[in-house]
Design a protein around this ligand. Sequence first.
Ligand code: ADP
Ligand code: ASP
Ligand code: MG
Length: 401
Amino acid sequence: MKFGGTSVADVERIKSVAKRVKREVDAGHEVAVVVSAMSGVTNQLVTWTSEIARLHDAREYDVVVATGEQVTSGLLALALQEIGVSARSWVGWQIPIHTDDAHGKARIERIDTAEIERRFAQGQVAVVAGFQGVGPDNRVTTLGRGGSDTSAVALAAALKADRCDIFTDVDGVYTTDPRIVAKARKLDKIAYEEMLELASQGAKVLQIRSVEMAMKHRVRLQVLSSFEDKPGTLVVDEDEIVEQEIVTGVAYSRDEAKITLVRVPDRPGVAAAIFGPLADHNINVDMIVQNVSEGGQFTDLTFTVTKADLERAKKVLEDRRVALGYQALVPDSNVVKVSVIGLGMRSHAGVAQRMFKALAEKGINIQVISTSEIKVSVLVAEEYTELAVRALHTAYGLDAA
Ligand code: ADP
Ligand code: ASP
Ligand code: MG
């Protein structure tokens, strides 16, 4: 069982989480609980680190931001003990949850569950601090924002758990973010591949890596409400979905920034000369468009990076301006990427066309387009986020009745 930030936001909420856990224990289950920090706490910790140093030492960042989960794991263990459930808290290094050394975005490599399992046998609940592990140098690591989902799935896989229930502030996975589209519909089931694509394109209900891991280890994953007692959304294999829609969901990501290089000499090797150094600096490029060149000599090249990488990307390219020979670099962080996702796209034509038409009807200009087998994404001005998501949700027949 994993409880997110709003589910453990204060002492009252933690007490009610304890009651929810007790029900599973009373039903005869062995339970491991993964908790997030109280809502808002991780943001505060992140702010403090950057107030001290804008470009900070990632090892110390991890020491600071991992503390939020330590608090909630101890409090939940206490709350469980108070209602007569034997429980013990664990922070990442105590289990241990071994990760690589990529501080701030570490990957889980191995979890040693022997001690937890020994205590299960004695009837003890394990309350595990999410979002963290221990690196090869024995220092605290964290798994990237939203990482408690991944802690939970990884632990479920390591324990060969029957279920991994992700309790959150919505009662399941919706056709789009229910906070911006009132007509969003809850899905009873969603395929791993679609959930992965939704998460990759910005739906933050599950961290991307948690879905990857669930898919790989076939963890039976469910997203459900920690406030209401009703079934949530099951993440399942594709063949378990009876009625496959063409488009299952719409996602958006505000975490995008666009760079246009104006009048780049159009000759072989120029794309490699631009994107090579970005890759060397660990900057991920997402969408790319290259215009038709003017008289075969110059072209404009536009691409996107995350907002967090924009300044670094600018610097890398400005340092190479003479060698690359472009006339101007135009950055724009006032953009949002909106995507439609669905396995049904593989066998249907006209999916992208419907998207372009729906956006055109709302007067929304498309700046960049990219497609893959099961998604179409467009980049539009940020002020159109809600309008674009709602228009697409309607255009693909996803609105709730
Ligand atoms: P937690 O703190 O429990 O981990 P998150 O805030 O990380 O919760 O994730 C839940 C949020 O994800 C919801 O409040 C909702 O606004 C957002 N969200 C975005 N897209 C979707 C979607 N397709 N279905 C459900 N929730 C979504
Ligand atoms: N507390 C961490 C965060 O906000 C991890 C999580 O909640 O999943 O990113
Ligand atoms: Mg989350």
